[in-house]
Design a protein around this ligand. Structure first.
Ligand code: GDP
Length: 434
């Protein structure tokens, strides 16, 4: 889908604007994923168009201390990766040097840029906002991220500038795998090893539009697409130190895939960027395989696999039902196992369970451990069905669904996982009124 990036100096209200833009979806995402909502990445829809929103500022840990240089990098990265850019400024502070610096980068960008003047919530401020025409970025969108005023007009303009209305054409029923991970974990090496093709490493010209490309492989008796992530192409090291680099780089390929192969560098352990990318996959309800790469470099004893597995589980909890493969792109050890794990996860994710079997198993589990009654009210689940959605979703029909809480949802999820194979697959479970 299209990607909208919010850029701007600290404290102009970027995260308030971000929350406002992803608001409609927020609650749903929380409820079903059981993962804390990402404060920097969210999905939204406006005038029937879906898009992702990224708040680049959300990745700065201490936003008071951001150096101009860091903001410049963020803006450059946003220009490279996003389809549309919202540049947020603050009417209260007027134009600052940093605003000027950002504007001068954006004026040269070959991407649509919308200048959102925030905190415009009275007549005086509408007058004050005119100063921002001086940034040379065309029309102003006067908004109040706090109250939402003006954000509708801003979104109207933003979605009109989307370039990607249709998904890349691929044949139905052929799995799409994305290879993702931090820079230098070995993504290119892995793909080279798998496909036997030395990939053409090119330096991309900043600002050129680029979609995820799907390359089809029929190899080793399997037929699949590898979603070619922009992140696989070397672009120099300038941005790689940024916390959100990998996330921004991964968004598009994750969204375009069925199953993501997340590479982790064995020599570095699980890092926060790995966890960020993992959460992005779960939030998008994609299948996941974790590949611990560079395993050849590890001094191993017979506890190494167990220790590493525990470390991963600790960092990705509560969703730990994920295949983990210890491999080496260099020596090719277990690279096919990695591919087969992805294929298995794809098949798990495609499963449609028979309603009779599902009820047989779950109704018994529910009888054994019924939902706790609340205020003397007896909660009864009568019937379970899998919904016809692209990712496994289950509806449980109950007399009082509103009283069923997260721990019970998790119990049901665990029961499904114990009785059926959903390894690597996020599940959605809904309680509905019978
Ligand atoms: P990318 O940025 O994720 O595409 O990473 P690359 O594929 O460019 O790999 C980064 C570096 O790690 C290169 O020097 C590779 O040769 C090296 N590398 C990748 N995979 C392995 C591996 O399994 N074992 C070892 N020892 N080195 C690896």
């Amino acid at each position: 889908s299209n990607i909208v990036a919010i850029v701007g100096r600290p404290n102009v209200g970027k995260s308030t604007l971000f929350n406002r833009l992803v608001e409609s979806r927020k609650a749903i995402v929380d409820e079903v994923s059981g993962v804390t909502r990402d404060r920097n990445y969210g999905k939204s829809t406006w005038n029937g168009k879906d898009f992702s929103v990224i708040d680049t500022g959300g990745y700065v840990t201490n936003s008071e201390d951001v150096f101009e240089e860091e903001i410049r990098k963020q803006v450059h990265l946003a220009i490279e990766e996003a389809d549309v850019i919202i540049f947020a400024v603050d009417v209260e502070g007027g134009i600052t040097d940093l605003d000027q610096a950002v504007a001068s980068i954006l004026r040269r960008a070959k991407k649509p840029v919308f200048l959102a003047v925030n905190k415009v919530d009275n007549h005086q401020r509408i007058m004050d906002s005119h100063e921002f025409y001086g940034l040379g970025l065309g029309d102003l969108y006067c908004i109040s991220a706090m109250t939402g005023s003006g954000t509708g007009e801003l979104l109207d303009a933003v979605v009109k500038n989307f370039t990607k209305d249709q998904e890349v054409e691929v044949e139905e029923g052929v799995p799409k795998f994305a290879v993702v991970g931090r820079p230098n974990v070995g993504k290119s090496s892995f793909i080279n090893a798998l496909t036997g093709v030395e990939r053409n490493i090119v330096t991309e010209v900043a600002g050129t539009t680029r979609d995820a490309i799907n390359t089809r492989y029929t190899k080793y008796g399997h037929d699949f697409y590898l979603v070619d992530t922009a992140g696989l192409r070397k672009k120099g090291k300038v941005h790689e130190d940024l916390e959100f680099y990998s996330v921004l780089r991964s968004v598009r390929s994750i969204e375009d895939s069925d199953v993501c192969m997340l590479l982790i560098d064995a020599t570095r352990g699980v890092e926060s960027q790995d966890v960020n990318i993992f959460n992005l996959m779960i939030r998008n309800k994609k299948g996941v395989v974790i590949l611990v790469n560079k395993w050849d470099l590890i001094e191993k004893d017979n506890a190494s696999v167990k220790k590493f597995t525990e470390q991963i589980h600790e960092r990705i909890a509560p969703f730990v039902d994920v295949p983990i493969i210890f491999m080496s792109a260099l020596t090719k050890q277990r690279i096919f196992k990695a591919l087969e794990a992805a294929i298995e996860v794809y098949e798990n994710r495609q499963q449609k369970l028979k309603t009779s079997k599902l009820n047989e198993v779950l109704l018994e589990a529910i009888e054994r451990y019924p939902p706790p009654s609340i205020k003397g009210k007896y909660i009864k689940i009568k019937y379970v069905t899998q919904l016809p959605s692209p990712t496994p979703s289950f509806a449980l029909f109950a007399n009082l669904p509103q009283y069923i809480k997260e721990p019970y949802r998790r119990y049901i999820e665990n029961q499904i996982r114990e009785n059926f194979n959903f390894s690597g697959v996020p599940l959605q479970i809904f309680f509905r009124k019978k």
